[in-house]
Design a protein. Structure first.
Length: 61
């Protein structure tokens, strides 16, 4: 998330519109990735809690 914010600040200071637009797109991509990683991290405890405590032998599964 910090990277996305840094890129947005840099884009705002750009005078070249093409470079600024590319930086904004890159910042959006970083933000999406950060949000996705955050949601995956939030879901991890739920998945691990749903796992059975005993690992059955493969021939019994």
């Amino acid at each position: 998330m910090e990277t996305a914010q840094s890129l947005l600040r840099a884009a705002m200071s750009m005078t070249d519109e093409v470079v600024a637009t590319r930086l904004k797109l890159l910042a959006d991509d970083y933000q999406r990735r950060a949000e996705k990683a955050s949601s995956v991290d939030a879901a991890k405890p739920a998945r691990s809690a749903a796992r059975p405590e005993y690992d059955w032998p493969q021939e019994l599964v």
